[in-house]
Design a binder for this molecule. Sequence first.
Ligand code: ADP
Ligand code: MG
Length: 346
Amino acid sequence: SIPVSVHACAKTFADGTRALDPIDLQIEAGETIALLGPSGCGKTTLLRLIAGLEVPDPGGRILYDGEDVTRLAIERRNVGMVFQSYALFPNMTVRENVAYGLKVRRTAAREVRRRVDHMLEMMHIDELGHRRVDQLSGGQRQRVALARAIAVRPRVLLLDEPLTALDALLRERLRGEINGLLRGLGITAIYVTHDRSEAMALGDRIVVMNRGRIAQVGAPRDIYHRPASAFVADFAGTVNRLPAHLLAHCADARDAERASLPPGEPSGPSDFLFRPEDADIVPREDAHFIARVHASSFLGDRTRLMLEGVGDELLVIDCRPRHSLEIGAEIPIRIRPESLMRVPTE
Ligand code: ADP
Ligand code: MG
């Protein structure tokens, strides 16, 4: 059966704020769902409904393995939670924190010791067991929070921007570790983030949210290469809009047909989008158009060019970091037609 299933869950807060329109979502056993969207779009609210920290508006239902838990308190749902700010007990040791949930569940002392040892080892904090939590760094605290949440073997692990407060290097490293952990243990998890690279790296599926609604659900590649809307395309990464007058140059009818419009979308007026890495600098005779360099930034692994003179907006193109291109230089550009993404005009 399905570990977590959300049926028509809307949420209106007491002050009248409508945080969620009715949402439907099913989470498969062992998968990690990344909930991705801008601040204020309803990610935390949805997570709190799933956890049992909020009750949905009448009509909404949450099922765990087919069982209706909509009105069941969080303590009775067996979920693990990790937040951005460490909700640890500061005056307890690392071991006591990790053991906490197990003791509440009246686990036998020997089993508690065994599991805590295992969790500390897995999170690479076995040296820290007897330290008090308020003596730890931010990254170490998040390791403790993860160990504590996973120790109870929750039916679903809920993570709300757990790495946001950490610096970039640590964030990337812990992201990799969390990925290994979730996959290695086959944990069913929902990971909330506003960071697209985190969502791509961690999610088996990404649920993109916008203003209290689901904008698209799909594998990271689908979200990136087959966005359902300009909003999703934008949120998944940098994107260019192909000026309408260039469509005929850049793509024949077949290419436009192939261009990814997710199935089921109404066919109406469309815009064509492409990513910075899907255009090349080519010999003049192969070019779709000539553009002028407006700005150029060397990024180490690539050079990012802002181009003008094609349509109203600047185009963003990535190229190899070879000879520097001068501002004002005219360069011939070719777009890979198969990379064009079609979205409904907004
Ligand atoms: P996110 O986690 O995506 O940033 P939230 O779920 O926290 O978004 O918030 C969604 C919307 O609901 C926001 O407009 C927020 O201000 C509002 N909101 C969240 N919690 C409450 C609350 N307890 N009372 C009133 N409004 C709330
Ligand atoms: Mg939030």
